[in-house]
Design a protein around this ligand. Structure first.
Ligand SMILES: Cc1cc2nc3c(=O)[nH]c(=O)nc-3n(C[C@H](O)[C@H](O)[C@H](O)COP(=O)(O)O)c2cc1C
Length: 343
């Protein structure tokens, strides 16, 4: 590494110091939990490379989570965390599994934490991290005792809110970054962006899409190929076409399933108009449309009928490569950006 790069690298490590201390990692970069993708192999690869991996619990049973945590421990002695979805019917049993394994960091995703869940996690000794989709909610979560926040914009892959990362970062970082570490997520594909958010007060960042094609990721070759071929404009948010039939926005690569989903909404709306189906049943049909779809794409490789959840940074995924190389490239870009900025 040249002298200039090493000055940049020093600046980068100073800016990441708080995030690293919080995570116990070498760099303050989390690999966001991705259902089916973020299992033991990717999580361990991320932590072994000096970042921070997160197991995506998703819809796993407590028994499966138990095995996944043990499996990850067998592959790394570095810190990693577990991401739990707040609406999981066995949330408290999952927290108990994390406690048994002395998991150090639990991320709660998918909405505001249900009553008692923050306390239950903190009682285990783990640090609790929540998503803050707006400034008011960030403040509320801090008052409730969260240890850190993730601010994720609509550029991200998977379930998304309506506001962009750049706007959320500007609204939330100046107000709360001194109180708790804040990790910025959504649309980050290169290190220059990481440097930018660190300069704005972020303690670190979380990336998902950029890590899907790591060699260690167990995602099906077809899923990885779709990522490598795609450009930013292919990663689109799901569209709701009828106000009576709510659709939770999900960002994914366009495929046959996307088209069929629009047709399905039209068909169900028409059935509602004609009184052939009750409202509750109609809403359920829409809600269940994507059930099992991510697994079909990630594990079975069915990229036409499955869900290809991906963020807009997918255009910056150009090949399959070892996770350590992806992380090293991001860090080098961030260090160079910090170096250039100061001159
Ligand atoms: C395929 C895929 C699956 C995801 N699954 C989850 C999940 O189960 N839980 C969660 O909290 N976030 C999930 N996410 C979001 C990521 O954890 C992460 O926050 C996001 O990918 C960051 O934005 P980026 O994709 O622009 O890097 C998923 C993202 C992708 C691409």
């Amino acid at each position: 590494m040249s002298d200039t790069a090493s000055v940049g690298a020093q600046r980068l490590s100073r800016r990441m110091a708080r995030g690293c201390e919080f995570l116990g990692s070498e760099v303050a970069v989390m690999c966001g939990a991705m259902s089916w993708v973020s299992e033991r192999n990717l999580v361990a690869a991320m932590s072994n490379a000096g970042g921070f991996g997160l197991i995506a619990c998703g819809a796993m049973t407590p028994e499966l989570l138990d095995a996944e945590i043990a499996g990850t421990r067998a592959l790394t002695d570095r810190p990693f965390g577990v991401n739990l979805i707040t609406m999981h019917p066995q949330l408290f049993d999952l927290i108990a599994v994390c406690a048994r394994h002395q998991v150090t960091h639990v991320v709660l995703a998918g909405g505001l934490p249900p009553k008692g869940s923050l306390e239950a996690i903190k009682e285990t000794g783990a640090k609790v991290v929540c998503f803050a989709p707006a400034l008011s909610l960030a403040k509320k979560l801090i008052r409730s005792g969260v240890d850190a926040l993730v601010v994720e914009g609509m550029e991200a892959g998977g379930h998304i809110g309506p506001v962009s990362t750049s706007v959320l970062a500007q609204e939330i970082l100046p107000e709360v970054a001194e109180q708790v570490p804040v990790f910025v997520a959504g649309g980050i594909g290169r290190g220059e962006a990481i440097a930018g958010y660190l300069d704005m007060g972020a303690a670190g960042v979380q990336l998902g899409t950029r890590f899907v094609c790591a060699s260690e990721s167990i995602a099906h070759a077809n899923f990885k190929k779709a990522f490598i071929r795609a450009s930013a404009r292919d990663a689109v948010a799901s569209v709701q076409i009828d106000p009576r039939l709510p659709v939770i926005p999900v960002r994914a690569l366009k495929n046959a399933s996307t088209e069929l989903f629009t047709a399905k909404q039209r068909e169900v709306a028409q059935a509602l108009d004609e009184g052939r189906v009750a409202m509750a049943e109609a809403q359920l049909q829409i809600e269940h449309y994507w059930a099992g779809a991510l697994r079909r794409a990630v594990i079975d490789g069915d990229v036409d009928n499955g869900s290809l959840m991906a963020g807009q940074s997918v255009g910056m995924v150009t090949k399959e490569e070892p996770l350590a190389d992806i992380l090293a490239a991001l860090m080098a870009e961030a260090a160079h950006a910090l170096e250039a900025r100061a001159s």
